[in-house]
Write a new protein. Sequence first.
Length: 421
Amino acid sequence: MKLSFKIGGEIFMKYELLSKYYYKGNDIYLDEYNKRINSFGCTIFDFKLGSDPIFIVSTIELINLIAKIYKKNSELNKKILELPYIALDSYQKSCLVDEIMLTNDIEGIHSTRREIKDVIDASREDRSKRFNGLVKKYLLLLEQHINIPLKTCEDIRSLYDEIVLDEVKSESKENIPDGELFRTEIAEVISGTQKVKHVGLFPESKIINAMNQALSILNSEGITPLIRIAIFHYLFGYIHPFYDGNGRTSRFISSYTLSQELSPLVAYRLSFAIKEKKEDYYKAFDFCNDKKNKGDITPFVIMFLEMIDRAIDNLSNKINDGFEKLKFYLELINQAFTNSKENLMRDILFCLIQNSLFSNDALGRNELAVMLERSYPTIKGTLNALIKSGAPIYEKTEERNKKVYTLDLDKVGEYLKQKNV
């Protein structure tokens, strides 16, 4: 266990794949397996890959990685608390839209920011909109006391029906689950070169039994939460309970369980982290699915946790960068708008700056009216006054004649400096 394993040329933790020992001779191979399975840091689980029980080895590096994640998450939460409400709201919505677009994209499903944002902004549920169930479920992750049951196979099927079944039906009715809860026929995972990489468990009775075992691991309070989340993510992919929609369902479950343990923003960056290292992600599945690895899923747990660690780093960097720029613009705004009669102009501009720094989406008049607790006509008039004064605000008309606004951050600094002269 003293050498590194590599994924995509990047060295991860110092933990060599057990399968590599297979080629060093049977005695060396079995000796290394027995060292791992009998080591003090080994945890064996009630789930078998073929004839081998799955296990992980909690090395010092793995323990340190988990501690590092919790420490970084605590620091991230402190930074989030410093953000103004509009900046945070804009960033949360932007991350949510990104997460849903990317979880679809990973499965080869096209979706647009506009259609996802339309579902987010809808005041009530509209089942006619694409991705309605998926978006509404992801929105719940921001709520502090949300409880999504994940105890039984029925819970998994209910969640699947809510978040992906409508899309599966529209994509191909042949992929609708045809069993009591899951599928009745074989399901294969095919590579880009049309090679069968993995065959999901079969028949349905075996799927149900395996899923019950996987859920038992997910809900075991005796296992470190981040480790059981990683293990369940792997096992869901291994079981492959549905014909289609497995990835989207599994990623949502991981996002939900991560949101219960870490910042919800981290949960909204899971698909981004996977997409960023997609090849590594699938290779980690392949490594652990390999029979020669004899149930050692430590490499997948390492990959998954390193992915979460990078996601927190990306979030922290984005927030730090945005916060520093926000302070810069706030100082300019306070210097430029000293007349109390211009307070609303100042507030609208500050809202647009926050949104531009922390979101990829434009702000509508209605959104500004709600944020600032002013009437729609008042917001409309003040926006027009700002534009006439030379503020680099750009108006765009979207569907249903909705007016939205963006801001040129490169030019707004000069505008504010000139106004202050």
